[in-house]
Write a protein that binds this ligand. Structure first.
Ligand SMILES: Cc1cc2nc3c(=O)[nH]c(=O)nc-3n(C[C@H](O)[C@H](O)[C@H](O)COP(=O)(O)OP(=O)(O)OC[C@H]3O[C@@H](n4cnc5c(N)ncnc54)[C@H](O)[C@@H]3O)c2cc1C
Length: 429
């Protein structure tokens, strides 16, 4: 017998989690099934709505100004600017104090670990004191065992980029960590638990030891930036303790993968899913589907639970399986395809037209994905909905280049919100 729900969301990244939360708002029974890790663990935790236009103009001050000029088929054009606003406000309610940026439509400029500044719409509270629009001088602190963040270089790059403050970097040894291959979660755990560490002054708690190591290097700066390793479960407390001890504001600079702010966002979303009563099944893939007699509706999908095939039936389905990175869209030598429902993925017949030689050029493959109608239903080559009860959201969609536009998080939120809301409305009928 099949497991039955009103709405079934496939994929548990930012798009899928948002879709499931939005569907649950409609008082229907929602299940989310997800397989491997989502890109949240690799992403910075920033929610970029639109930092640059598809033509590369920017950084944009107000992303909403540019939304009405986006080309047909762009996910934001499909859902409309009002839905983007509603989705952001939905996210603000879910994230609460963990995120900032809701007070303005303007993009914030957040320093990155490479010393560039990134236009973003919502940012973790831990990065708020580091904004590049703030004119207070900043000391950046890197660690010998964390080569991904070269604080002196990042400081020099920020100054060269013309930020309105002085940015100076120092590299220190992290109290209690000697291995240069320690995971970022090890740094976070040490600070979360405030473990005892050995220093030249004897045994002391990790937070105190870190503050003591940094203190001597502050030369009048009123804020200090660390790589994003300042705790996981108790991140706000770690930051507050360091700020107290140093007498300055403390902020985190988002890092490359694996990303603690991304992991924290994932935890926040999964806590919200649990609180909303969404049934979450992780670590298993959806591998097949069956349609009803007319072929127009998906009747049920099949989940592979270590070899056993379990049918799951729902009234409405949301496909949020990610893009080329998440494997919701795949490519072989002669075709690009969506592996679960075999929805149409438009692409040039000649694979040499899938990319251009200039690595920084406008790459066609970056826009590969499903074309959808305004209800976010995937479309066939003839422009008909593939199935009447399937919607798609997030990186599985076509028509945008999240890396070039800086729009990944925003598109996942907006399309996840719309797909989930519509699925919830129809699933409850
Ligand atoms: C390195 C990196 C850095 C980024 N940085 C930023 C940033 O700074 N700001 C920003 O806004 N965006 C950023 N992005 C983009 C953003 O993270 C993505 O656009 C967004 O998270 C995509 O979410 P998604 O839910 O669509 O897909 P994904 O996160 O890829 O999630 C898809 C999920 O579906 C699961 N799945 C796939 N197939 C199946 C199946 N058959 N059955 C069950 N589950 C399945 C996968 O295992 C995965 O968990 C970054 C992306 C990357 C890769």
């Amino acid at each position: 017998m099949a497991i039955e729900d009103d709405v079934l969301v496939i994929g548990g990244g930012l798009a899928g989690a948002t879709a499931a939360l939005a569907a649950a708002e409609q008082d229907v029974q929602v299940r989310l099934i997800t397989h491997k890790q989502s890109t949240l663990r690799h992403a910075s935790g920033l929610i970029d709505v639109l930092g640059y236009t598809p033509e590369g103009d920017g950084p944009l001050v107000d992303p909403f100004d540019a939304l009405s000029d986006l080309p047909d088929g762009h996910p934001y054009e499909r859902v409309g600017a009002e839905a983007v606003r509603e989705a952001l406000s939905f996210f603000d309610d879910v994230a609460g104090e963990a995120y900032a940026g809701a007070h303005t439509d303007a993009n914030a400029l957040v320093p990155t670990h490479g010393g560039t500044v990134k236009p973003t719409a919502r940012y973790p509270a831990s990065t708020a004191a580091g904004l590049a629009s703030d004119d207070r001088d900043a000391l950046l602190v890197g660690f010998e065992t964390l080569p991904d963040f070269e604080a002196p270089l990042a400081g020099a790059h920020l100054e060269a980029a013309g930020v309105p403050f002085s940015a100076r970097g120092v590299t220190l040894s992290f109290p209690g960590i000697v291995r240069d291959d320690a995971k970022v979660t090890r740094y976070a755990h040490l600070l979360d638990q405030n473990e005892s560490v050995s220093t030249s002054a004897g045994e002391t708690c990790a937070r105190e030891a870190l503050a003591a190591a940094v203190e001597a290097h502050i030369e009048g700066e009123s804020r200090v930036g660390f790589p994003a390793i300042l705790g996981d479960e108790h991140a706000a407390e770690v930051r507050a303790d360091l700020a107290d001890a140093l007498g300055v504001d403390v902020f985190e600079v988002p890092m490359g993968p694996p990303s603690l702010p991304g992991l924290r966002l994932e935890d926040l979303l999964y806590d919200a899913l649990e609180a909303a009563g969404v049934r979450v099944t992780s670590g298993v893939p959806v591998v097949e589907y069956e349609t009803g007699a007319d072929g127009d509706r998906i009747d049920h999908v099949v989940v592979d639970r270590t070899g056993s095939k379990l049918p799951h039936r729902a009234d409405q389905y949301v496909l949020a399986t990610g893009g080329l990175v998440g494997k919701g869209v795949r490519s072989e030598r002669d075709r690009v395809y969506e592996p679960l429902f075999d929805c149409h993925v438009p692409h040039a017949a000649d694979r040499y037209d899938w990319f251009v030689d200039d690595v920084f050029g406008d790459q066609p493959y970056a826009r590969f994905g499903l074309r959808v109608d305004r209800e976010l239903r995937p479309l066939t080559v003839a422009d008909d909905p593939e199935f009447s009860n399937l919607r798609a959201a997030g990186a599985v969609l076509s028509g945008y280049d999240f890396a070039a536009e800086k729009s990944g998080g925003g598109v996942s939120l907006a399309t996840g919100y719309v797909a989930g809301t519509r699925a919830g409305e129809e699933g409850g009928e």
